[in-house]
Write a protein that binds this ligand. Sequence first.
Ligand SMILES: NC(=O)c1ccc[n+]([C@@H]2O[C@H](COP(=O)([O-])OP(=O)(O)OC[C@H]3O[C@@H](n4cnc5c(N)ncnc54)[C@H](O)[C@@H]3O)[C@@H](O)[C@H]2O)c1
Length: 365
Amino acid sequence: MSTLRIGMIGAGRIAAHNCNSINAHPDARVVAVADSSRERGEALQNEFAIESVHTNADDLLADDSIDAVSIAVPNAFHAPLAIAALRAGKHVMLDKPFTTNYPEAVQVAEVARETGLTFMVSMNMRFRKETQTVKAMIGRGDLGDIYHAKAYWLRRSGIPRLGTWFGSKKLAGGGGLLDIGVHLLDLALYLMDNFEIESVSGITHRTFGHRGLGEGGWGLSDRSENVFDVEDFAGALIRLKNGTTLNLEVAWAMHQPEDKGRNNVEIFGSEAALTAFDAKLCRFGPEGGEYQVTTPEPIETPHATENRFLNWIDVILGKAEPVCTLPQALAVQRTLNAIYRSAETGREVTLAEIADEATEAAAAG
Ligand SMILES: NC(=O)c1ccc[n+]([C@@H]2O[C@H](COP(=O)([O-])OP(=O)(O)OC[C@H]3O[C@@H](n4cnc5c(N)ncnc54)[C@H](O)[C@@H]3O)[C@@H](O)[C@H]2O)c1
């Protein structure tokens, strides 16, 4: 078969990882890159021997020899570029978060469905070996009835490069919740195999970024945005329709003893609990024996690779089903919107309210 020709839109910090992942597939190759910075585009071109470089995504999308694109640019450009790429006949892998708000995600989803092209939001944590192990154990019923989960990613100093688009509400849509909270929310719902959310009670705080504190190392964009008007902490109590609850906590920065931060998803059931990183199974001993905390036995997992691009490419080639589906991505984006709305209004927000918002936005054009 002929090689799938892939274009990169965005040549920032994540782009090199994405190129490596794409080129690892025997039937795909990165052949073009577009970045508004010629310097970053050319750097990626040189590193991966990419055929062509553009400073405008439209020029890349006009190239009929390109089959698919990976989009990794500031969040505000996710929706317009995903729509333009789909309309240009390209399959799309869109880096997380899906969009900056739910109405935009609905628009992208409509175009994806209309065109019938493969569209996926890039949720790499689903593909981790630990995730797949926990998923398989939950799938065979090891936890009994699941009633609660905790998902957290608490960094001590992990705000992406200050002064770049990451701290700008206009360009990023939000802060830590959209950037890393999206991973944890998605992961917990994926592990519980339940994306049916009823309501959320959310909070956000901005404590460090605007004071020039808490920066981590991530991001290649220039320090051209003299603003930090997003949250660096967010939390939510999320109620699912079946009564299960999920507690989410995310900090780009916070005071804590752990230099490397804390990151886990813990799922609690009637018979046992599982933590994902590292995988640990916790349960009562048999017949009143000592409480047991064990490392799970190896188990066959459906997705044996940590490389999400292999799944996306195989879906395009008709060889696999998507691990990250569009309805799930929409549910996650809608929940993120509800958390922000709840934090703003100081009350619990139902997901139905966020759907109404999307309908109103669509009607308003
Ligand atoms: N899956 C993951 O775990 C993961 C990890 C990091 C980043 N991301 C996502 O990837 C995206 C990019 O993040 P990053 O860390 O590479 O950011 P970055 O700041 O390092 O790079 C962004 C790049 O986009 C370019 N750009 C901006 N507007 C553009 C446009 N309209 N057209 C073309 N290029 C444009 C910039 O010049 C820059 O080179 C973000 O949405 C981020 O959330 C995902």
